[in-house]
Ligand binder design. Sequence first.
Ligand SMILES: [Mg+2]
Length: 456
Amino acid sequence: MTARVLIVDDIPTNVRLLEARLMAEYFEVRTASSGPAALSLLADGQTDIVLLDVMMPEMDGFEVCSRLKADPNTAHIPVVMITALDQPSDRVKGLQAGADDFLTKPVDDVQLMARVKSLVRLKALTDELRARAQTGQEIAIEDATRAMDYANSDGGRILLVDNDARNAERLRSYLAAAHKVDVLANPADAALTVAGGTYELAIVSMALGDLDPLRVCSQMRTLEQTRSLPILLIAEDVDRPRVVRGLDLGVNDFVMRPVERNELAARVRTQIRRHRYAAELRQSVTNTLALAVTDELTGLYNRRYFDRHLSLMLEKAREQDRDMAVMLIDMDFFKSVNDNHGHDIGDAVLKEFAQRLKRNIRGVDLACRFGGEEFVVLMPDTDFRQAQGVAERVRMSVAERGFEFGTGRPLKVTCSVGVALNEHQTDTPEMILKRADVALYRAKREGRNRVVFDAA
Ligand SMILES: [Mg+2]
């Protein structure tokens, strides 16, 4: 995962220090030495995340952040405030200005990377949603603005997972004035409880006795219903290494004990606001596009939508010099399913296949029914190795377990997969699809039920 980072600091030494650390991790870095300089750089839309010094002459970090968050063209860019003052009041002031996170000088390497990566992942998802909306009707900016207005962050529905009743009650009391908080004393039920409810945030204590809190978090990340639910950890200082693991697993944020009530309130607000923002975008995109661009049988996107989206995403990948993969999937011997079992069963197989496909790709991937028994998945910002992982997972999920339709024996179904990446500056959507198709053809010829990569 790479991203374009803008470092803003009035002291050149600080800039160089951060720049060196980020470049070592292959981030693309730009720098600005003042607030106004930063704002003018941000205007070109080529920034994924901002590291922002608080103390600067002329215009301080709070002011820069407020302006950036007030502009619909930049409001979605995550901001990490960097402050020398480890004062909770500064953190609250920054979070109120719209900052997404904090780091304290001197900046801890592990924390820097973990927080940057976590926010970049969120940004990728938001970008993807915005791009989908754009593909539909150029409504992205308009809707994003509307969503931000709606995204009042009060009245959140929160599940607090903590088996220490006294701790739980204290945290609940910090949040109860603004939100509805349920406390779950038995953490083993956490994943199922959130999946069954309508929660907007899960707060998980890292002190859960015998139970591994990261196990709880990864279960929430795996379940379809809670995949995008924000998770906030409550940690002790000794938990730090595991907090980092948690961020890698997709945990969104953490607060250290002793918990400072304003900081907790502000971080909770930020998470709920983001969650509602994404939900609103998803909803409006769904409504606008549902009829025109969905395949009726499987509920996946249709080919018309895919063709437009592929052009757009390829252009973006090229501009930003990023990888992109396309995976073409064809069910094996599908004609014989129709011939031997009838078209109703054939349709049921396609539906079940689409379900398994959706469950085994990632949130940023876009799956479409290409026509007949052929499917295609667009995977943005994905290299060879990642594409291979996803493609194998999809293939396995189909082959490993028969398809059951109530009566008769489960039907054994397999699929063949061809994958191509954007390799050359001159690649067109047609060329990439063609290469994926050639790879798919090879997969068929070499015996089916396999993944073959384009050899270009
Ligand atoms: Mg400064």
